[in-house]
Design a protein around this ligand. Structure first.
Ligand code: ADP
Ligand code: DP6
Ligand code: CO
Length: 356
């Protein structure tokens, strides 16, 4: 038996992915870009064990076994990484497992999230990134082109491809609609680029959402004309502007686009039929308070974004961190706050994946 334990952080998108071009390949209708949060805060910790005596592939999530026998996503990650496996050799140079043998190994996975699962804080991103990283570690997988492992994580959960890199990470939608080979993550700026950037996370609810991201975006693609307009006309320009803003550490532009894109994403949810409500009244009051705060500061000093759930992520710079936290605690004394630093995060080097 061989095993590895790794961890991967979550990421929170500034320009959102919402809608699949191909369900089979899990490719998106638009590119997206996100900030990878720090490993110390919100992460999935995953142990992958492989053995010839394991008769089937199994997953335990937060201590409870999930039935993955019919999960195409979970199986796609295992088969995808197995294809890149290499021969395992001991430190003395003895062949332990020839690469042709790995296909006979079953896989058991145990994963824990350090933050609420399925509550709109991208647990699927951290979870599938950690799964692919753990599998890559055990099987000694080697990419044949940069970003190949991210194409495998993408098949687990779209947002997961971006969690394989630290810093500011784009998911390029790609042009090859037959294979999805070029629908991959690309680091725009590394985790050291903007050390003053912070995320304040307001856990409004840690309950499992009633509409999963997968199900929600499928209904949106089928019913929302606004979503089609967004993908064809709005996103590309936003991607260009926000990548430039992040590169130049221009918080005003970065923050404004982040808020506008979150609002447009939630507008497409409302335009979906029947409508989907991910934000609740507390989420909406966070939006109001952030705009009031920015008015008072005379600039964009804080920028909210909400994924498919009610929980708020507020990007800001270090110099306003205490003030912003004090403001939020005053309004929401009962909610849980998780401050997150962007320090060393997940890095683009399989050998440097964090062994938990
Ligand atoms: P979220 O907003 O948290 O990403 P999703 O609806 O996109 O919510 O995905 C939640 C699903 O992702 C879970 O029900 C589970 O199937 C999967 N998932 C979450 N965390 C993990 C993990 N650590 N390992 C494997 N799968 C996970
Ligand atoms: C709102 O990546 O969870 O968080 O590919 O079906 O697993 P699947 O969906 P998922 O969707 C994430 C949606 C989002 C925006 C984003 O992260 O870009
Ligand atoms: Co998700």
């Amino acid at each position: 038996m061989f095993s590895a334990t790794v961890s991967a952080p979550t990421n929170i998108a500034c320009v959102k992915y919402w809608g699949k071009k191909s369900v089979a390949l899990n490719t998106p209708i638009n590119s997206s870009v996100s900030v990878t949060l720090d490993q110390n805060d919100l992460k999935a910790v995953t142990t992958v064990c492989v053995s010839k005596s394991f008769k089937k592939d199994r997953l335990w999530l937060n201590g409870t076994e999930e039935d993955v026998t019919k999960s195409k996503r979970f199986m796609a990650c295992i088969s995808g990484v197995k294809r890149l496996a290499t021969t395992k050799v001991s430190t003395e140079g003895e062949v332990l497992v020839d690469k042709s043998e790995w296909k006979h190994f079953g896989v058991h996975v145990s994963s824990m999230n350090t933050f609420p699962t399925a509550a709109g804080l991208a647990s699927s991103a951290a979870g599938y990134a950690a799964l692919v990283a753990g599998l890559a570690e055990v099987f000694g997988a080697k990419e044949t082109y940069p970003g190949e492992l991210s194409t495998i994580a993408r098949q687990g959960s779209g947002s997961a491809c971006r969690s394989l890199y630290g810093g500011f990470v784009a998911w390029r939608m790609g042009k090859d609609h037959d294979t999805g080979e070029d629908s991959l993550a690309q680091q725009v700026c590394d985790e050291n680029h903007w050390p003053e950037l912070r995320a304040l996370i307001l856990v409004v609810s840690d309950e499992k959402k009633d509409t999963s991201s997968t199900e929600g975006m499928s209904t949106s693609v089928n019913t929302s004309k606004l979503l089609g307009y967004r993908a064809s006309t709005v996103v590309d320009e936003r991607m260009r502007s926000i990548e430039k803003a992040y590169t130049e550490r221009d918080f005003e532009t970065f923050g404004k686009i982040t808020m506008q894109d979150s609002n447009q994403f939630h507008a497409t949810c409302l335009d979906t039929y029947p409508p989907i409500f991910y934000m609740n009244d507390v989420s909406k009051s966070v939006i109001k308070i952030v705009h009031a705060y920015n008015r008072w500061k005379g600039k964009v000093a804080a920028a909210y974004t909400f994924d498919a759930g009610p929980n708020a992520v507020i990007y800001h710079l270090e110099d306003v961190a205490d003030e912003l936290l004090a403001l939020m605690l005053q309004y929401f004394p009962d909610d849980k706050f998780l401050g997150s630093l962007f320090g060393s995060s997940f890095v683009n080097n399989p050998q440097a994946w964090d062994r938990a």
